[in-house]
Design a protein around this ligand. Structure first.
Ligand SMILES: *Cc1c(COP(=O)(O)O)cnc(C)c1O
Length: 383
């Protein structure tokens, strides 16, 4: 039935690999770690692993990695200070699906709720709100990308008869700004809004949020009801993935038994990737909490270095507190293209993921100092 692929197609595969490798080695603009090694797991590619169903329930399909998935969920539940007896979660296809899940739970709890999110919120959120058909209001952002608490308070006050569903961001896409969950919680309390739900989109910074000094409030103890993170960003994975952590009591309200899979239909998709949980589990076993902390400190050091070097050559660079993202004015086109710098409006950024080295920063600084000052043509990609 199968034949060998042609010489031409084999060549195409080689070329593709070369291109991917080259592209991987010169990007500073996207939050993706590339320093992983999952070689020990490569034999698992032989199996039709499918984590369908709820990882915390026994299903009929046994070619799965639910044990590892549960351990990854437990790791993050603990890191995010969830009640040890009241957490639940699963591994998703990425931050967008995790956000969809948080908003879905919120809507099921408060069908008449209003969603509030800031203008710096990730683009997936607007789409998710549209999919779920929930009314929403956009709140202004401060200059640094953080939600404008005053605008938030005034807007909620005008709608105080409605349950409030707040989507906060812990690490915005362009400036890595962090909305303070405690402040949001305090405002809701002041306005005496008892029916409220806070989903924290921590896709970018959640994985290292616990290690920030001083802490920035974002987790369950601070007032979040659900938290999403990405698996392929700070930790790194060959396949994009995310994690959603919620309160178990909230999940129980939407759980429905499905006899075909012998499990509960509590996840957004039916069939689910079972390799991603294995990668994340493996990475967490290799790193542990201390390894993750060290990874963050290394990134932070590189970010400080990058910011200082840029300032030295006269570039107006800055960072939000504890951020591994350096914000700078948009660069010459050749620099943007070589380093694949995400650009929005007048700002660009360098994200110092753990694999980024000082030598790379030096090369980038050299390119910046040599680049033409002619700005790129107005062409904005709204990402
Ligand atoms: C990356 C990111 C997302 C989306 O995650 P995907 O894995 O691309 O779906 C959502 N929110 C924030 C803040 C992000 O950084």
């Amino acid at each position: 039935m199968y034949k060998n692929i042609s010489v031409k197609d084999t060549e195409r595969l080689h070329k593709l690999k070369e291109n991917i490798e080259q592209a991987r080695d010169s990007f500073l603009g996207y939050p993706v770690s590339k320093d992983f090694n999952y070689a020990e797991l490569s034999s698992f590619l032989q199996y039709p692993i499918n984590n369908l169903g709820d990882p915390f329930e026994d299903g009929t399909y046994k070619v799965q990695t639910h044990e590892m998935e549960k351990e990854v969920v437990a790791f993050f539940a603990k890191l995010f200070r969830a009640q040890p007896t009241d957490y639940w979660g699963y591994i998703t296809n990425g931050g967008s699906e995790s956000n969809l899940y948080g908003l879905y739970l919120a809507r099921e709890l408060y069908p008449k709720g209003m969603v509030y999110y800031s203008e710096s919120t990730h683009y997936s959120v607007r789409k998710n709100i549209h999919l779920l058909n929930i009314p929403s209001i956009i709140i202004r952002s401060q200059e640094n990308g953080e939600i404008d608490y005053e605008d938030f308070e005034n807007t909620v006050r005008m709608n105080r008869h409605k349950p409030a569903i707040v989507l906060t961001t812990f690490g915005t896409t362009m400036k890595e700004a962090k909305d303070d969950v405690s402040k949001i919680k305090g405002i809701l309390k002041n306005l005496a809004i008892q029916d409220h739900y806070i989903h924290c989109d921590a896709a970018l910074s959640g994985t290292y949020g616990a290690f920030m000094e001083p802490r920035i409030p974002f987790d369950f103890k601070d007032g979040a009801d659900s938290i999403s993170i990405s698996g392929h960003k700070f930790i790194g994975s060959p396949i994009p993935s995310g994690v959603i952590i919620t309160k178990r009591s909230n999940r129980d309200r939407i759980a429905k038994g499905i006899s075909y899979i012998g499990s509960l239909d509590t996840t957004i998709t039916g069939s689910r990737n079972g390799h991603s949980p294995l990668f994340l589990w493996y990475a967490l076993k290799k790193l542990g909490v201390d390894g993750l902390r060290a990874r963050y400190q290394k990134s932070l050091e590189t970010a400080v270095y990058c910011e200082n070097r840029l300032k030295e050559i006269g570039v107006n660079a800055w960072r939000n507190p504890n951020a591994i993202t350096v914000v700078l004015p948009k660069t010459a086109l050749e620099v943007k293209q070589k380093w694949q710098l995400a650009t929005e409006g007048n700002v660009a950024h360098v994200i110092c993921m753990p694999n980024v080295t000082k030598a790379q920063i030096d090369e980038f600084i050299y390119d910046m100092s040599q680049a033409s000052t002619i700005e790129e043509e107005e062409f904005e990609l709204d990402f």
